[in-house]
Design a protein around this ligand. Structure first.
Ligand SMILES: [Zn+2]
Length: 42
């Protein structure tokens, strides 16, 4: 399952590392610094 940033369309791919749910609470989008709440399932 992938997650997509609703602000900049950055795709969080599971291949990039740990599952999205395991990301630290302070994790933000690497492109636009949006917090996790701005990511939707795609
Ligand atoms: Zn973003």
């Amino acid at each position: 399952m992938e997650r997509c940033c609703m602000i900049c369309d950055y795709i969080f791919d599971l291949d990039a590392g740990a599952p999205f749910g395991k990301r630290p609470k302070g994790w933000v989008c690497p492109l636009c610094s949006a917090d996790r709440d701005n990511f939707k399932k795609v």
